[in-house]
Write a protein that binds this ligand. Sequence first.
Ligand code: PLP
Length: 313
Amino acid sequence: MALQTTTNIWHNGNLIPWDKAQIHVMSHVVHYGSSVFEGIRCYTQPNGSGVFRLQEHMARLLDSAKIYRMPLPYTVDQLCSAVVDVVEANGIAPCYIRPIAFRGYGEMGVNPLNSPVEVYIANFPWGKYVPGNQGADVCISSWSRLAPNTMPSLAKAGANYMNSQLIRMEAEVNGYSEGIALDVNGYLSEGSGENLFVVKGGILYTTPLANSVLSGITRASVIMLAKQLGIEVVEQALPREMLYIADEAFFTGTAAEVTHLRSVDRILVGDGTMGPITSALHEEFFAIVNGLKADRHNWLTPVNVKVAEPVGV
Ligand SMILES: Cc1ncc(COP(=O)(O)O)c(C=O)c1O
């Protein structure tokens, strides 16, 4: 789907026109992938709009930058205010928010330390990410996820998404909605842009951080909701075949939200429909973000958005 443009983008402390948010082809990031970024959703509720877990996303952005020795001259609070400013200036909700920090135009050569750090925040409308209204048909990828001590999977870095691109392209070329990668030891890791959950015998399993997964903010939210609903949650390494014998399975992610898996490698997950534990979590998650239930965890940062329409395509 073509990117829908908005009016403003936040750049290093100022709002600039969408079309002016450009970089030089010789910027370090273009050649060496030196970026870290976030993906955040802003939802609408009956009485306004709210950004989901904004503080946690901005804290993760700073963590990603720290791993890559990329000093960001902003605090979590300043970055959160910047998000509110750009979302309110563009007047679009619901929307997806993309903060990104990267090494700009400076020196050539792999060492990024002498290239300036640029920070941008854009927002735009973005709907369903993993196709399949009746559940997603996914495959196990022939590509492995990032091996430990190669590319750090706790950093949400642009370069990690070269691996994600291989996984996603292979899946789509072969007629699947998404691919799930194994880690370097052959255990389940995650989707190209989603964390993975499996239900078996009433227990909710998810793969731990040691299996090369991103520390997903939706993952953490779903784990919290599950515990509150009295569902036992176990984080442990899972073999691939756990998916084939699962009662239920689903992805979580900012883009994917909570998406149930209908099949894996053409083997139905359970009976292929969204099972009771996935349904309960799906309902609870959307009830909170859509304002149908109280925001009891203070997950939503209010934004004052009056218009709910994109400017152009
Ligand atoms: C590789 C990967 N794993 C997991 C996730 C889910 O993380 P979150 O729920 O914080 O969006 C994402 C999306 O950001 C991702 O790109």
